[in-house]
Design a protein around this ligand. Structure first.
Ligand code: ADP
Ligand code: ADP
Length: 228
């Protein structure tokens, strides 16, 4: 069954009648099945972040629509969480507090929040670092914390925008293996934006290749190899 249905989505930045208008997306149609891991691959500027932002509910499409389980996505919500390249952790909160923040909407007691956060810290292998502040840990560890925070509301859909783009090559490979493990264990639907073809193919069940100017789906490639 299709969980996310992206239907003929277009996006124009600026006044559509003005010379300066940017057509970022031009008729993108894509169905994402529950539990599927999709890599959205394409060069910088082809509209990947724009599409991810529309699916997240951060910004509206200019035309077309996106449905989640049959209902239009109109605003951000806890069933879809986002991991950004720059981590976007709260610098004044410890790792643990950052992750607990992701649990705010769940109506748990403080003790329950602590328990769930500790289990997520374990999942992303940050045990021992819960009381550190983001500036006290490495980039890889910051991104592990951001992934745990995104998993905290137990979303149906994890949206990742070049999440490993700021990491060194060695850390990137480690985190790629981790996200493959975590997403399949947790059974999440993942939309993963990248301009790295190796990363796209390594992670995905299906690679959606976009072409720029204006952004369109060029082809969809099923990845035949089993995931690690
Ligand atoms: P990608 O994620 O593939 O690099 P983006 O979705 O960021 O692509 O950008 C697609 C196009 O839209 C680019 O030409 C970019 O310059 C333009 N764009 C993105 N965001 C804005 C914005 N807020 N205002 C105007 N143009 C934008
Ligand atoms: P990763 O985040 O994938 O584990 P990193 O390159 O970020 O890889 O870090 C490598 C290792 O160095 C970490 O697993 C951790 O054990 C150690 N480390 C990194 N930053 C710190 C820190 N601020 N304090 C203590 N140990 C650290």
């Amino acid at each position: 069954p299709v969980q996310i249905s992206i239907q003929n989505v277009g996006k124009i930045y600026g006044d559509p009648n003005a010379e300066s208008a940017v057509v970022a997306l031009d008729g993108v149609t894509l169905g994402v099945r529950r539990g599927e891991f999709i890599s959205l691959l394409g060069p910088s500027g082809c509209g990947k972040s724009t599409l991810l932002g529309i699916v997240a509910g951060f910004q509206p499409a200019s035309s077309g629509q996106v449905l989640q389980d049959g209902r239009p996505i109109t605003r951000p919500g806890p069933t879809r969480t986002v991991v950004f390249q720059d981590y976007a952790l709260f610098g004044w909160m410890t790792i643990q507090a950052n992750i607990e923040f992701g649990l705010k909407a769940k109506g748990l007691s403080k003790r329950e929040r602590g328990e769930v956060a500790r289990s997520l810290i374990d999942t992303v292998r940050l045990t021992g670092f819960e009381d550190k502040y983001p500036h006290e840990v490495s980039g890889g560890m910051k991104q592990r914390a951001a992934i745990a925070r995104a998993l905290a509301p137990d979303p149906d859909i994890l949206l990742m925008d070049e999440p490993f783009g700021a990491l060194d090559a060695q850390t990137r490979v480690l985190l790629q293996e981790e996200i493959a493990r975590i997403s399949s264990e947790a059974g999440k639907t993942v939309l993963f934006v990248t301009h790295g073809i190796e990363e796209a193919v390594f992670l995905a069940d299906r690679v959606v290749v976009m072409s720029p100017r204006p952004g369109r789906v060029r082809e969809e490639v099923a990845v035949p190899l089993p995931r690690p």
